[in-house]
Design a protein around this ligand. Structure first.
Ligand code: PRX
Length: 651
């Protein structure tokens, strides 16, 4: 990422919003100014007014913000609502026959669902869940391919007040087991498999493995038939999706829940070996997802939004399963890999389904950019009017390519900064208003009091000086806690500045125009191809291998993935020498089995020991410099065995 930081510091191009876009934009400059002014004048009232107009309440709220247990903030506490009702039933009155979802499977199968059909499917599945006794507050793990039923399952949980926890289909059986057990889930919703890169992802087999090894809380498994593969079904526990919904009514009265009722948990990596279950609320989350869908994506009912994220990540929650539906738009969902069967797949889908707003991650943009301009040129991208980027810093080169080749120079780009914890986009251009700069997420949205501070929590006002990215005031879509571990919530996000500021875990700087530039994580979290991975999780996976005594994981820059995993390992017994390729492969496969293929180290280096400080802490900065081939500036005089540096360097 160093290269990116250097190039963004010298980046001076500014792109004003294209006049044609401005003319049609929903949010104009004066609207944005007014929103910022209202938010600054009275933040609570600002959110209260929006919550009243944007959400259909079953019981209106009278309390806007309960901060008595700060920083465990609670919003709109005495209100009652149902998120699925807000996403689906509200559309039935006016937009029942509008398409909600256009789905394309990797093999090429296409299916569409109108709002009416989606509503009926959600109700039928919600009734199927109820028929098995699944109730408000029960945890339901969803481990599915990116197919419409994944959204149906999420919405059905919301409808009956069950708390879903979606686990990305690329995670291993062991990771699934860990998440099921932490959440104490009663039920798992999976499929006989999914299509990815021409292969079948064996989700049911992984589920069976997870359940055989533990997960005593699970009594029900729903299995969607997707690939048609034969999978074993356990009598009494496993039910086929299509059989479970047979005969179920197409109406299901929504369960009215408190505003603070948990809508979902989503596990994400932190700086310990154990992922944390980020807990989101119902009303505050819905408000954030809906408003940002409208503000940032300028969504109209005739828009076709394609957010390429899987529902296993927060982006797929807020901008696939909830926000755009609440805003009444049409979604595109694509099951498979961006380069299957070739690198034109994304662009063909955009052309074929008339995508107007396209939202993806820099890693995908870089991978597709590498394949050249000819592939996108073959497809009709003329309907696209807005482009978005999320998940990691976008380097100016990729930004410019996206702008020129995919956007034809006419589309604004919204580089959106946010996190699993923030629930919704926090810092982003407003496409018809904000001038953009390649590599900057520009400015906080109305009501979001983001700042950059020094070690004492003082605002860093000098342009281009770096600091901690923090949020000064609570916002409705913020995480509420870490499931089952409120101490960790306080420790991770609030302790550093005595519970006064939310610490995002990123470093950033701000230029003379007040635009934010994200520099990267300050903790032991890696961002590999837009996926968040904890170094400790990978280290724990490595040391679980019988031949590994110790491991330290850092990242190095990667041309496409942004960062890649670099592991230094110490074996039990002698250090392997000579041709270690086979053993490296064994370790990679081991990590894939323990965590998932996304966590596989790209580089593995064997050493006799790891560099440590006198107090026994691994010198990660030193390892990072070695992995990145940088000159070593740290003091290494305390090293027990300075010769180790040459070995770590691979010499
Ligand atoms: O480091 C930031 C990076 O991704 C982290 C959040 O990861 P996750 O919770 O998995 O959510 C990703 C999708 C919202 C952040 O702490 N990040 C996210 N968006 C950007 C970004 N870094 C730079 N620019 C962005 N636009």
């Amino acid at each position: 990422m160093k290269k990116n930081i250097e190039s963004v510091l010298t980046e001076s191009r500014v792109f004003a919003p294209p006049p044609a876009f401005v003319a049609e934009a929903r949010l104009k400059a004066h609207d944005l100014t007014a929103l910022h002014q209202r938010a600054a004048a009275d933040p609570q009232n600002f959110w209260a007014e929006l919550a009243r107009t944007e959400i259909a309440w079953h019981t209106p709220f009278t309390v806007t913000l309960d901060d008595r247990a700060a920083p465990n903030f609670r919003w709109f506490t005495d209100g009652e609502l149902n998120v699925s009702y807000n996403c689906l039933d509200l559309q039935l009155a006016q937009n029942a026959d509008q398409l909600a979802i256009i789905f394309e499977g990797e093999p090429g199968d296409v299916r569409t669902l109108t709002y009416r059909e989606l509503h009926a499917d959600v109700c039928r599945f919600a009734n199927a869940l109820k028929a098995r006794g699944i109730r408000r507050g029960d945890r339901v793990v969803i481990y599915m391919p990116l197919v419409p039923e994944a959204v149906v399952a999420m919405q059905a949980c919301a409808r009956i007040g069950a708390i879903h926890s979606v686990v990305f289909g690329g995670f291993s059986a062991l990771s699934l087991k860990e998440r099921i057990e932490d959440a104490g889930a009663r039920c798992v919703i999976t499929a006989d498999g999914g299509h990815r890169g021409g292969n079948i992802v064996e989700l049911k087999a992984a589920t069976d493995k997870a359940l055989t090894e533990g997960c005593a809380s699970v009594d029900t498994v729903y299995v969607l038939r997707r690939t048609g593969a034969t999978v074993p079904m356990q009598l009494g526990r496993d039910l086929w999706w299509h059989e479970a919904i047979e005969g179920q009514a197409e109406v299901c009265e929504p369960e009215w829940v408190d505003a603070e009722h948990p809508l979902f948990l989503l596990y994400t990596s932190g700086s310990t070996g154990r992922p944390k279950g980020i807990q989101h609320s119902s009303a505050g989350y819905l408000l954030g997802a809906k408003l940002t869908s409208r503000w940032v994506f300028d969504l109209r009912s005739d828009d076709v939004l394609w957010c390429t994220a899987d529902v296993g990540w927060i982006t797929g929650h807020s901008y696939v399963a909830y926000g755009p539906l609440a805003a009444g738009a049409t979604l595109v969902m694509y099951e498979g890999a961006p380069t299957y069967p070739d690198g034109g797949r994304f662009w063909r889908i955009c052309g074929q389904h008339g995508v107007t707003v396209f939202y993806t991650a820099p890693t995908a943009i870089r991978a597709l950019m590498k394949l050249g301009d000819e592939l996108p040129a073959k497809y009709d991208l003329s309907k696209i009017r807005l482009l978005g980027s999320v998940g990691e810093p976008i380097n100016p080169e990729a930004w410019m390519w996206y702008h020129r080749v995919i956007g034809g120079g006419r589309c604004p780009i919204v580089d959106t900064w946010w996190q699993t914890e923030t629930g919704a986009i926090m810092i982003s251009p407003i496409p018809g208003v904000t001038s953009t700069k390649p590599g900057s997420c520009t400015q906080p949205l109305p009501g979001i009091f983001a700042d950059i501070v020094d070690d004492e929590g003082r605002s860093v006002t000098m342009p281009d000086a770096g600091g901690y990215l923090v949020i000064r005031k609570p916002w409705p879509s913020m995480l509420r806690t870490i499931w089952g571990d409120n101490d960790r919530y306080l420790e991770t996000y609030w302790k550093k500045f005595q519970h006064r500021l939310y610490v995002a875990g990123d470093s950033a700087h701000r230029d003379a125009d007040g635009c934010f530039w994200i520099m990267g994580r300050i903790d032991d979290v890696l961002n590999v191809a837009g996926h968040r991975l904890g170094t400790m999780e990978i280290e724990s996976a490595l040391v679980a291998h019988p031949r590994i005594a110790e491991a330290a994981v850092v990242s190095r820059q990667h041309e496409i993935k942004g960062e890649s995993v670099f592991a230094f390992v110490v074996c039990r017994g002698a250090r392997p020498t000579g041709d270690t390729k086979e053993f490296e492969k064994e370790l990679r496969d081991w990590v894939a089995e323990q965590l998932g293929a996304i966590a596989k180290p790209d580089d593995i280096r064997f050493a006799d020991n790891l560099p440590k400080t006198r107090s026994g802490k691994i010198m990660r900065r030193l390892l990072r410099a070695i992995a990145r081939g940088e000159t070593i500036t740290q003091d290494v005089s305390t090293l027990e065995n300075p010769a180790i540096i040459e070995q770590l360097r691979g010499h």
